[in-house]
Design a protein around this ligand. Structure first.
Ligand code: NAP
Length: 359
């Protein structure tokens, strides 16, 4: 892991993979607002919906955003867009929660082979000096039960408990990040900085994302939490802070290694309480805690295994975000405003449905 300072020429284009995504869209927007030239990769630059926000950003910043076709599963497809870039921000990777029919094909293969594919192009592109990879706190730990008998997780921790059958999304992020470090350590022309967000929430620039962040927030409006929510702690951070973290990681010469990017830990009930405080009883927010033994019985219907419930519900969870604050200078937004602004935007987009009792 190279730790000598890396200076990125701010006049050269920055490559952002998966530019359509919830997180990447904010990275692209901030890069443009900061004055950079951005190349965004998308799977289908010709598609008629899902790119509106990127076209609007391109129109607002003439000549500074171009979209390029690339797929994680198509070898060499990132090479053309990467040419001449010193900084590559690799965010593209599927984030699916709940029942995933074929986790190897839907999660692990695109994450792992996709990272290898992007880094093979980095290897072949002499201009690249730094890669910022979007990892996750789930590459730091697997189950909340991994907290047993220890203090907060930090950047020295690795997820050692996930597999393709148990916690496949955390597994996909872990193997992809491990592969990235292995590839980076074989050379010294470019360095790698990894960003580790908790669950990302906050206003989205697009309604097209299928990110687990969207599915999590939809649960507060589709009635699925009316019966209550389990005591499941998770990391949480604002999407705008995560975007800023990627840019700081890219342009801070001394940035190196892994950065936990998490504001606090929170449960669905705590999110519900914040939302009730802001929006009252109009929406089907959860009121009650579902006891662990009851949730265990119904969990498989909701796409969670009983093993997941056993090892995650009712356990505390803590992360140490000191490195991100001290070395990147990241300042975290108030989580209550993150949640409230996210939900307000769902109302504005017509996604939030009122409680059946109020219709
Ligand atoms: P998202 O909105 O679903 O974005 C995922 C992106 O990956 C999309 O741009 C998608 O492109 C792209 N992608 C998926 N499969 C691809 C493939 N085969 N080839 C090329 N591109 C592909 O999800 P997100 O929440 O923004 O996640 C972005 C990154 O942040 C991921 O690496 C995720 O693991 C990480 N992360 C997210 C969270 C969170 O809470 N959201 C937390 C920690 C880390 P298309 O538009 O073409 O589908």
């Amino acid at each position: 892991m190279g730790s000598s300072p890396t200076t990125i020429d701010p006049t050269q284009p920055v490559l952002v993979t998966g530019a359509t995504g919830y997180v990447a869209s904010w990275i692209v927007r901030y890069l443009l607002e900061d004055g950079y030239v951005v190349r965004g990769t998308v799977r289908d630059p010709d598609k008629s919906s899902g790119l509106e926000h990127l076209h609007a950003l391109a129109a607002e910043h003439p000549g500074r955003l171009t979209l390029h076709r690339a797929d994680l599963l198509t070898d060499g497809s990132y090479a053309e867009a990467m040419e001449g870039c010193e900084l590559v921000i690799h965010t593209a990777s599927p984030f699916l929660l709940g029942k995933v029919r074929d986790p190897q094909r839907q999660l692990v293969t695109p994450a792992l082979d996709g990272t290898r594919n992007v880094l093979a192009s980095v290897e072949a592109t002499p201009s690249v000096k730094r890669v910022v990879l979007t990892s996750s706190v789930v590459a730091i730990h697997g189950d909340n039960a991994d907290m047993a008998g220890r203090g907060p997780f930090d950047e020295s921790d690795w997820n050692t408990t996930s597999s393709v059958d148990h916690q496949p999304y955390p597994y996909s992020k872990t193997v992809a990040e491990r592969a990235a470090w292995e590839i980076c350590e074989r050379q010294d022309r470019w360095d790698l900085v990894t960003i580790h967000p908790g669950l990302v929430l906050g206003p989205a620039l697009t309604t097209a994302s299928k990110s687990g962040s969207m599915t999590t927030m939809k649960a507060f409006t589709d009635g699925s939490l009316l019966g209550g929510a389990p005591d499941l702690a998770m990391g949480m951070v604002d999407v705008r802070d995560v975007a800023r973290a990627h840019i700081l990681a890219g342009f801070t010469p001394e940035a190196h290694g892994r950065y936990i990017t998490n504001a606090r830990t929170i449960t669905m009930l705590q999110i519900g309480k914040i939302l009730r405080g802001a929006f009252g009883l109009t929406y089907p927010f959860p009121h009650n805690r579902i006891p662990k033994r009851v949730f265990k019985l119904v969990a498989p219907v909701a796409g969670y295994s009983r093993e997941f419930v056993e090892k995650n519900v009712g356990w505390p969870l803590e992360f140490d975000n000191t490195r991100s604050r001290q070395e990147l200078g990241l300042a975290y937004r108030d989580p209550a405003s993150t949640v409230t602004e996210h939900f307000q935007q769902m109302i504005d987009d017509g996604i939030a449905r009122t409680s059946p009792l109020r219709r």
